[in-house]
Design a protein around this ligand. Structure first.
Ligand SMILES: NC(=O)c1ccc[n+]([C@@H]2O[C@H](COP(=O)([O-])OP(=O)(O)OC[C@H]3O[C@@H](n4cnc5c(N)ncnc54)[C@H](OP(=O)(O)O)[C@@H]3O)[C@@H](O)[C@H]2O)c1
Length: 292
């Protein structure tokens, strides 16, 4: 059996669905069903279930966006930095392999040599390397807590997108915002991210950190151009003049915009499709969905 913690969440629910489509026995839980934020309670419960793998998709993201983390710091730290340490302790004790959903948002920009950030690079958008948002700082601490963890995958997700009419979908966000920020980013097709994380178990990939984004990067203006080319919308998108104007008018905390290197995942046989292919396909599905 596989256990998914935080199974009602945006990412956790995709894991549960995918395990179902594979015909694998999966048990998803939230904190109200099992208190997995507490070591004895998590240990007793996992012992009784004896899973072959645990996915930690629980974490505090802030609603409607990461600005909310600035107001809920204790919850943010507890979900993103403390909880991974609790799961580590119990899983190592019970010798259960597990995977943690981390984020690429612990970086900003590209490396000084121009390539994307690699798994072993120190975060440069974190409490140890400010400025950062409280959310990013807490996610970087979460990775620090897992340093040297046994039998643990740290899967870095980044700006999930797909064709769903869900306000959490990056493409839907771009369509909904009044003004956009021009920035370059690595992004992850959500279902493909989940599929490749699960392949880690099937292919017995070496545990460790993996940047799980679609190879390449996108600029916001390029995405709006693809929207027009694929017939999603002919809307004339408005852009902020620069990051300063974005910060003054639309945000309370700085956003991470960054490019990740995906060589390690590719070499491990869990590489994702090039970003343009994945994103255009999602847009084509959006158009088909709208026509039905
Ligand atoms: N969505 C993104 O854009 C994105 C990008 C990169 C990485 N991630 C990471 O992916 C993970 C899942 O994110 P998501 O988008 O699926 O978030 P979500 O929809 O808010 O779901 C997160 C789940 O975590 C649980 N949770 C919230 N605060 C918690 C806390 N303090 N302690 C324990 N559990 C808590 C909630 O469960 P209850 O039902 O128990 O409240 C919720 O079901 C997070 O670690 C996030 O940092 C997300």
């Amino acid at each position: 059996m596989i256990i998914v913690l935080g199974s009602a969440g945006y990412v956790g629910s995709k894991f549960v669905n995918y395990f179902h489509t594979l015909g694998q026995e999966v048990f998803g839980v939230g904190r109200s069903e099992v208190d997995y934020t507490n070591i004895p309670s998590l240990r007793n419960w996992l012992k009784s279930k004896n899973p072959r793998f645990v996915v930690n998709a629980a974490g505090y993201t802030g609603k409607p966006n990461v600005d909310a983390c600035e107001l809920a710091k204790a919850e943010c730290l507890s979900g993103n930095a403390v909880l991974p340490g609790i799961i580590r302790e119990v899983c190592e004790d019970l010798k259960i392999p597990w995977g943690h959903i981390s984020s690429g948002c612990i970086y900003s920009g590209r490396r000084t040599d121009g390539v994307g950030w690699k798994e072993e690079d120190e975060p440069n958008f974190s409490f140890r390397s400010p400025p950062c948002s409280f959310y990013s700082g807490s996610k970087a601490l979460g990775e620090e807590v897992l340093e040297g963890a046994e039998n643990c995958y740290i899967w870095r997700l980044r700006i999930p997108f797909n064709e769903d009419k869900n306000p959490r979908n990056y493409l839907q966000k771009l369509l909904n915002y009044d003004s956009l920020l021009e920035a370059e980013n690595s992004v992850s097709h959500l279902e493909e991210f989940v599929q490749k994380c699960v392949e880690c178990l099937e292919k017995e990939v070496e545990p460790g950190i993996y940047n799980m984004t679609n190879p390449g990067s996108v600029f916001t203006r390029q995405v709006t151009q693809w929207f027009r080319e694929e017939g999603v919308t002919d809307k004339q998108f408005q852009f902020f003049e620069d990051e300063e104007q974005f910060m003054t008018k639309a945000a309370k905390t700085p956003r991470s915009n960054c490019v990740l290197d995906t060589t390690k995942a590719k070499k491990a046989g869990i590489g994702m499709r090039p970003v343009e292919e994945a994103m255009r396909e999602s847009m084509q599905k959006m158009v088909k969905g709208a026509a039905v």
